[in-house]
Write a new protein. Sequence first.
Length: 381
Amino acid sequence: MIGFALGREYKLSIAEIFTVFPEGKTVFYDKDVLILENLNENLILEKANFLGGTIKIFKIIDNEIIDDALNIEGKFKYGISTFGDKKNLKEILNSTKKILKENGVSSRFINKDFKNLSSAQIIGEKLVKNGTDYSIIFDGDKKYTGKTIWVQDIDSYSKRDYSKDRDMQTGMLPPKLCQMMINISSGKTIYDPFVGLGTVLIESILMGNKKVYGSDLNQTMVEHSRNNIFKFVQENNVILEDVEFIKLNAKFINESSILLEKNIDAIVTEGYLGEIMTQKNISIERIDKQKESLISIYEKFFENLKKINYTGNIVICFPFWEISGKYIYFEEIYKTLSLLCDIQPLFPTSFENITTKAGSLLYKREKQLVGREIFKLKIKT
């Protein structure tokens, strides 16, 4: 059995994991952890660096922590995190240390203030390399003990995010979210028709895809994305089979030479989320005005995809807004989607459906006024 410690938007994390590892069978899940059986550990490690929604991965072990400690020379340095039906971590850490001492093992736990370890702590203390980071999951009367085999490299995401050629007024699509969307799309030849800074395409290249394509209404964004892609390719010695950027209004996607001439199996895009809003200028009236502008874009976008009989998957973000703790959804787009698209399932039939009523999943950072509502779609035939 393999456990996945999930990111903040755990529903997206789970959808990504099931798309990448459809053979997995659910043993346990909550908002923090998903445990699956019927998985190959080597395959998981091969794909782990491209799971944007997973914080760490651990394999469930039969032995106890003391068994590992007795086989390690010198001081036993370790960490423990608890999940599921939470137990008192302080008691667990102290009792483990006591048992180790009684068995003649000199030890030190890394946990600060008796809290679960962060990725940075696990990496900094080399706990994965030493095989001494543990997760204990409590599920009623059951207990699972996991040993970490991989942890997310948070620094690499930050480096890619802030090294892009960009106008500082331009919002950034988080690389982790890009990876989740690409994985959920199952695409290998990716086209982003709202390419912006090229973040989706950079993540696609990093994930091993050799053909990437982008277009944008704004020529400046076309240049930014082209510069960012070629900078990334040069710095990482990547060889692409095909890459192309064009200036195009996505309303007229049926005129895209990329879509007409290339074999695109997935459109993955943030789409246009509307104008930047702040606490000082956000209002219901302004949101309604944005909705009118956005629906005129997306109605044409989907109508013209249908016109050319596009058959690939589409993973796309639409905006939703928060005012005074209440979410306001772009409900106008739902009618367009119901007429022109089939909303694709994000979870296997054997798993609970934890999407919104509209069949989407949400991504929003704390204190942000605009979030992203994510759909997986196919154009109706």
